[in-house]
Design a protein around this ligand. Structure first.
Ligand SMILES: Nc1ncnc2c1ncn2[C@@H]1O[C@H](COP(=O)(O)OP(=O)(O)O)[C@@H](O)[C@H]1O
Ligand SMILES: N[C@@H](CCC(=O)OP(=O)(O)O)C(=O)O
Length: 364
């Protein structure tokens, strides 16, 4: 990893379920304790840490057997409710040995959907960090079910990293990084560096995942690409390896996959918008001229003169998708007006922007 040992920064560390679980499904307290020791070492080196930890469901499963056979949703709700208490209790005790306080944040996808929730959440984590507390984040699995769920905690860790303006996101799994083939094949090697502008390694990603993992390598790759393009360095490394976290900083030969961060800096509002696509309430269709202007590198807002059609019902300030003449989505933005007002403005050129440049995110 390129970071220098003395380069202090704010980091999100995401720990996957399988890192914290033993083969029999029980919580691997020894591993957890070792990771806490390593996090403390990074803190002592001056880094600010936000932890995103999976493991509630896996931990709950080893606590009790339900009386009757449960459907998948009920089982996940039951296991996460009891497992999260155990998980956070363990972290609290382990950090407590160092006189460090940790605090729990349970997030749902909805918390990233409205700007107000987003800012409340950001404020909560900021005040914790300012007071030396380690925020420990997990999805609120008890109420996040079906379409309300994050793809997995990799997605959540990416959202937290952008929301908190972090320099790095370290994703710890049970594997050394992304392999250039099937990881179980002796010929396959870890891809040590990925430049998202040039390298497309999608073909190497298998659908396989660990016994307790949710999204597999595909979500890690998708998230890592997007986050690196927003200027945050992303590292995928093996959380089961002893001393992995300090080694990533101090030993450049440590095996991992590193996504080179883009040099461009994106405003936090634009970052929020970039990750808000799944909350879009409607669509604004635009003509080729407007598309050309929006995809140029200039700071251009979307004006009604380039709009051809409005689809869906939305309010002012909602997130909408921007669709080109071929029906392809080219970006997302926060609309200044509701759908009826935008429909009335179509074709006009003397109006406030329908989507201001500051609230516009174009896929490039
Ligand atoms: N090209 C690849 N390189 C590395 N791992 C891969 C690749 N393709 C698929 N995988 C799988 O992805 C798994 C990690 O994802 P996942 O099980 O979701 O972990 P976690 O619980 O840490 O989020 C690996 O254990 C491996 O089986
Ligand atoms: N929120 C769940 C973890 C879901 C998840 O994304 O797991 P993983 O793919 O192991 O990071 C839990 O705590 O069990």
């Amino acid at each position: 990893m390129k970071a220098k040992a003395n380069e202090k920064c704010r980091i999100v560390i995401k720990i996957g379920s399988n890192v914290l679980g033993r083969k029999d499904g029980s919580l691997d307290i020894t591993r957890m304790s070792a990771l806490v020791d390593q996090i403390v070492e990074l803190r002592r080196a001056g880094h600010e840490i936000i932890l995103v930890s999976s493991g509630a469901v896996a931990s709950g499963k080893s606590i009790m057997k339900p009386k009757n056979k449960l459907d998948l949703v009920s089982a996940r709700q039951l296991y996460s409710a009891i497992g999260q208490v155990r998980l956070i209790n363990q972290y609290y005790t382990l950090f407590g040995h160092y006189n460090i306080i940790c605090g729990q944040i349970l997030a749902t996808k909805e918390d990233f959907g409205t700007r107000r929730h987003y800012l409340n959440q950001r404020n909560c984590m900021s005040v914790m960090i300012e007071n030396g507390i380690i925020p420990i984040v997990n999805e609120n699995d008890t109420i996040s079910v079906n379409e309300l769920m994050f793809t997995d905690n990799d997605e959540l860790s990416g959202l937290v990293a952008t929301m908190m303006n972090c320099r790095k996101l370290i994703i710890l799994s049970n594997i050394d990084g992304i392999y250039n083939g099937n990881p179980s094949d002796n010929q396959s090697k870890v891809i040590t560096e990925i430049n998202t502008k040039k390298d497309n390694i999608e073909e190497f990603i298998q659908t396989s995942k660990s016994s307790s993992g949710r999204g597999g390598m595909q979500t890690k790759y998708n998230i890592a690409r997007k986050i690196a393009e927003e200027g945050i360095e992303v590292i995928i490394a093996n959380g089961k390896k002893d001393n992995i976290l300090p080694d990533l900083f101090n030993k450049p030969e440590t095996v991992c996959t590193r996504f080179i961060p883009s040099a461009k800096s994106t405003s936090t509002v634009k970052k929020w918008i970039a990750h808000s696509e799944s909350f879009a309430k409607g669509e604004i269709h635009i003509n080729d001229g407007a598309k050309e202007a929006l995809i140029s590198n200039k700071a251009v807002s979307l004006l009604p003169v380039g709009i051809t059609k409005v689809v869906g019902t939305f309010e002012a300030d909602d997130i909408v998708k921007i669709i080109d003449e071929s029906g392809t989505q080219i970006g997302v933005g926060r609309t200044t007006f509701d759908n009826e007002a935008v429909s009335k403005l179509i074709g006009q050129n003397k109006s406030k922007p329908v989507i201001h440049y500051d609230y516009l995110y174009i896929d490039k």
